[in-house]
Design a protein around this ligand. Structure first.
Ligand code: GCB
Length: 600
C-alpha cells in the first residue's frame, strides 16, 4: 500500500515538473541572442520608475494594469506616478537608502517608443535581473525568468505597439530555499535589473547562435556550428577572418543548422599574447561580427596544458562588486577596476566567484590576457533532492555556457562550490550536471570545489567522491584562519583519493583591516595585517608540499560587503579577506602574493 502511494506521489511529482516545463518559467526564456553588442539594438538603460513593494501586495493590486481613475469616487494605490526613479543597469540596494539591505519586490517601469516594421522581428533582452523577473508589456504578461546572473529574452514582435509601449518588470531578490544560490551566502544580495536591457531588431530570419573555437585538443582545426532562427532556414553561410583573408563557406540545413570545420593558421591566444581576431559570420539575411581568440586547454595526466604547454594558474578570487562605489559591478569601467588590480598582482587567471559575472568583465579579461574561471551559484546548502532545483541547475548551466562559449578566455566551468557530500541527492545531481556540461562543451575544463576535507595532525586527506567527475581537484582551505595549523606548514602530508589529477587551491586566506597594526600579530582576534601576512607566508610553504599543484587563487582581491560579517570593530559589514581594502589600499599580504607570482 505504502509503495503504491509512493508511486502515485512520484507520478504526481513528475507531472508537476512537466506542467512547469510547459507553462512555467524555466523554458520560457532559456536561450537568448548572443553577442548583443553586434546586433541592431535600442538600449532601454537609463531611468526607470519604481514602486517598492516589501509585502508583495502589488501582485494583488495588479500593478501591471496601471489602473487609472474613471470617476470621482475612484482612487489608485500602487501607481508609479510620483515615485522614485532608479538607474538601470544597477543594483537597487546602493541607489536608495531604504533599499540598502532590502530583499523583496521592486516593480520597475519604462516607457519606450517603437514603430513596428513588418519585415522585422523584435526581442526584449535582459543581461540579468537578480533574482527573478516577471515581465509585462502593455498590461500583458510576456514571461518570467529565475536566476540572477544570466541573460534572457522574449520575442515581442506581435506584442509591441506603434508609439508608446509600457514595460513593467517585477523584480524579486527574496532568497528561496530552492533557489540557486539557496538562502545562505557570504556576499551582498544586490537586487534589481543589474545588467543592460535592450530591444533587438532582427530580420525575419537571423543568425541566432554560433560556436567558433578550436576543436578539442587541436591548434589548427576550427570547429563549431551556426544556427539560424526564422522561416528561411536553408541559406548560404560564410565565416570570414579578414586578417587572414579567409572566407569559409557552408550551408544551413532544414532546421537552420550548419556545421563548421576548417583548418587555419591562427596565432594562438595566451596570457602573454592575447591575440583576438575579428570574425564575421554571414548568412543571406544577417551579419554578425565578433572578436574571437583561439587556444587549447586540456588536462594531460596531472598537468594542465594551455596550447600544449604546462601552465600554472596564478589566480585571484573576485566578487562582482565595484569596491570603490559599493555597488554591483556591471560596466567596462567596473571591470577594469577589478582586472587592473588582478593584473598588478601578477595574475594570469581570475576566478569570478560564485555566479556568472557580466559579459564586460569576461571580454575585458580576455583582451588583457587573463584566463577566466566561470562558476554557477550552486553554493553550499542546495536542495539537491528537489526536482525543481535540478531543472534550475540545468537551465543556469545552459544559459552560462550559451552566452560565453565563444570566449577563449573562459578556460574553466566551475559547477559547484562547497556543497556537502551528506546533502541528500547531491552526488546524483552534480554528476548529472557534469555530464550535461561535458555534452554542451567538451573543450573546457570542468570542476567542482570542495572544502569538506579533513586536516588533522598536519595530515590533509582529500576524499570527496565528486572529484572523480572533476578535471581538477579544487580545494578551499583556510588553514591559519578557520583551521589552526597542526604542525609546520612545510611538513603537511597529503592523501588524495584521486592522486593523478592536477590540484588547485581555489581559496585560502584570512581577515585583516588595512592599516591595523596594533595588537599582537600572532592572534587572530585583532584582525591585524601582520596576522594575515603570516597566513600567506605559511600558505606558500604549504603549497610546496602539494603534489601536482597546478594553480592557486587567494580569497580574495578586495574587501567586499557581506551581511554575515558583523564584527562591529573590524568587519562592519565587510568580509575583510581582501588583499586590498575596499578603498584599494594594499595590505601586507598583497606583497607576499605579488612576490610569489613574480617567482612562479
Ligand atoms: C568560503 C566561501 C566563500 C566565503 C569564504 C570566507 O569558503 O567559498 O564564499 O566567503 O569562504 O570568507 O569564509
Amino acid at each position: 500500500m505504502q509503495k503504491r502511494t509512493e508511486k502515485i506521489v512520484l507520478k504526481i511529482e513528475k507531472l508537476a515538473v512537466l506542467i512547469i516545463l510547459f507553462f512555467g518559467n524555466y523554458l520560457q526564456a532559456q536561450t537568448s541572442i548572443i553577442n548583443v553588442e553586434s546586433r541592431n539594438s535600442l538600449s532601454l538603460n537609463g531611468d526607470w520608475q519604481v514602486i517598492l513593494d516589501p509585502t508583495n501586495i502589488g501582485e494583488w493590486k495588479q500593478v501591471w494594469l496601471e489602473k487609472k481613475t474613471q470617476k470621482k469616487t475612484d482612487f489608485v494605490e500602487y501607481s508609479f506616478d510620483g515615485g522614485p526613479v532608479l538607474k538601470v543597469p544597477g543594483d537597487f540596494n546602493s541607489q536608495l537608502r531604504e533599499l540598502t539591505y532590502f530583499e523583496g519586490v521592486v516593480w520597475y517601469k519604462k516607457v519606450f517608443n517603437y514603430n513596428p516594421n513588418n519585415e522585422k522581428r523584435l526581442f526584449l533582452h535582459f543581461g540579468a535581473v537578480n533574482y527573478s523577473a516577471a515581465v509585462y508589456l502593455n498590461g500583458e504578461k510576456i514571461g518570467s525568468h529565475e536566476g540572477g546572473f544570466t541573460p534572457f529574452e522574449f520575442e515581442i514582435t506581435n506584442k509591441v505597439k506603434n508609439g508608446a509601449n509600457s514595460l513593467i518588470v517585477k523584480v524579486d531578490n527574496k532568497r528561496l530555499e530552492n533557489g540557486l544560490p539557496g538562502t545562505g551566502y557570504d556576499w551582498l544580495n544586490y537586487g534589481g535589473i543589474t545588467r543592460d536591457v535592450n530591444l533587438i531588431e532582427t530580420n525575419k530570419t537571423f543568425i541566432e547562435d554560433y560556436s567558433v573555437q578550436f576543436k578539442k585538443g587541436s591548434l589548427k582545426k576550427v570547429s563549431g556550428w551556426i544556427q539560424l532562427n526564422g522561416t528561411n532556414k536553408k541559406q548560404k553561410l560564410k565565416i570570414k577572418i579578414p586578417e587572414l583573408n579567409k572566407s569559409y563557406k557552408t550551408e544551413s540545413n532544414d532546421i537552420g543548422y550548419a556545421n563548421v570545420e576548417f583548418d587555419s593558421n591562427l596565432k594562438l591566444w595566451s596570457p602573454e599574447n592575447p591575440k583576438l581576431y575579428k570574425i564575421i559570420i554571414e548568412s543571406e539575411t544577417d551579419t554578425v561580427t565578433d572578436t574571437i581568440g583561439f587556444r587549447s586547454i586540456e588536462v594531460q595526466g596531472n598537468k594542465v596544458l594551455l596550447n600544449k604547454k604546462e601552465i600554472f594558474f596564478k589566480g585571484v578570487n573576485i566578487h562582482e562588486e565595484n569596491p570603490y562605489k559599493g555597488t554591483r559591478a556591471y560596466s567596462k569601467q567596473d571591470a577594469l577596476v577589478l582586472l587592473n588590480a588582478a593584473k598588478e598582482l601578477g595574475c594570469n587567471l581570475v576566478r569570478l566567484a560564485h555566479y556568472p559575472h557580466n559579459e564586460n568583465i569576461i571580454k575585458e579579461a580576455e583582451k588583457m590576457g587573463l584566463m577566466v574561471w566561470s562558476e554557477l551559484p550552486i553554493y553550499q546548502h542546495i536542495q539537491f533532492s528537489d526536482s525543481l532545483v535540478q531543472i534550475k541547475m540545468e537551465t543556469m548551466l545552459k544559459e552560462m555556457v550559451h552566452r560565453d562559449k565563444n570566449r577563449c578566455g573562459v578556460v574553466i566551468w566551475s559547477l559547484s562550490n562547497e556543497t556537502y557530500p551528506g546533502t541528500s541527492n547531491r552526488n546524483n545531481a552534480l554528476i548529472a550536471l557534469t555530464q550535461k556540461c561535458r555534452a554542451l562543451d567538451s573543450t573546457r575544463l570542468i570542476t567542482h570545489v570542495v572544502n569538506t576535507q579533513s586536516y588533522k595532525d598536519n595530515f590533509f586527506k582529500v576524499w570527496d567522491t565528486i572529484y572523480e567527475y572533476s578535471d581538477l581537484i579544487c580545494i578551499n582551505e583556510y588553514i591559519g584562519w578557520y583551521d589552526p595549523w597542526q604542525g609546520k606548514p612545510s611538513e603537511v602530508k597529503w592523501d588524495f583519493a584521486y592522486p593523478d589529477k592536477p590540484v588547485f587551491i581555489s581559496e585560502f586566506g584570512g581577515e585583516a583591516v588595512y592599516g591595523n597594526n596594533a595588537g599582537p600579530s600572532d592572534e587572530a582576534a585583532y584582525w591585524t595585517e601582520g596576522y594575515q601576512e603570516q597566513i600567506y607566508k605559511d600558505q606558500i610553504e604549504l603549497f610546496k608540499t602539494i603534489p601536482n599543484l597546478c594553480g592557486i587563487s587567494p580569497w580574495l582581491l578586495f574587501d567586499y560587503k557581506s551581511l554575515g560579517r558583523m564584527n562591529q570593530v573590524y568587519q562592519k559589514g565587510y568580509n575583510r579577506k581582501g588583499l586590498l581594502s575596499e578603498k584599494g589600499e594594499k595590505k601586507k599580504a598583497w606583497y607576499i602574493m605579488e612576490q610569489y607570482y613574480k617567482r612562479k
